[in-house]
Design a protein around this ligand. Sequence first.
Ligand code: MN
Ligand code: MN
Length: 259
Amino acid sequence: MLGVPYDEQSSFARGSAKAPPLIRAAWRSGSTNKYSEDLTLIDDSVLWDAGDLAFVPGDDPVALIEREVGDLMGKGFSPMCLGGDHSITYPIVRAVARRHRHLNILHFDAHPDLYEEYEGNRLSHACPFARIMEEGHVDRLVQIGVRSATPHQKEQADRHGVELVEMRSWGGAVSFEFEGPVYVSFDVDGLDPAFAPGVSHRQPGGLSTRQAIDVIQSFKGRLEGADIVEFNPDFDIPGMTDAVCAKVMKELASRMVHP
Ligand code: MN
Ligand code: MN
């Protein structure tokens, strides 16, 4: 577990850099136990806490994140990264893809995050999957929860062969099958804001927490890394979205333990 308290590529509101300690605290909270639903104990022996990345002014954050995640993987860890805004996924995936060829990404989000550039910024949190796809880091990118696409992002999805499973065509129980390694990128705004209000871009009409957990528990493939991003405590009802993030983290960790 690596905190990545970085929100400088947020286009609308900062605040997600405050998320990692709150997610940790919710995971450790005495209000619940540390078991995932399949009764895997997700304690410190499973989820080793590498602390938070320290961003020094003048450092290149993209290089720092990629290097740190690569170092952790070099020590044998599978990364569970807590954002931060969604821009952090680009350097994380660069590090993960270097170790895992034929990587698949399962991406939860209200937004495709496929802008070629956003307000002149190619590293914006609206762009990480454009960078990932144009550099050819993954075999498949499957996006679910999307309900805020634009014509430009639809073109980008077609151009890069992205599999877009939009909410408007969500048919209930959906399960996904992947060949080889999987990385899950979990943008909390993929959930409906009724379940997870603590996000900068509330977009109604999303997944329930239960639907998202069902997808996490049921997809076929080997989970090698994950991130949980875009939780913004400034917009939260205290104690709500941090608990959702900790719950999702436990279910993801269980999938890493049981390949
Ligand atoms: Mn996103
Ligand atoms: Mn989003």
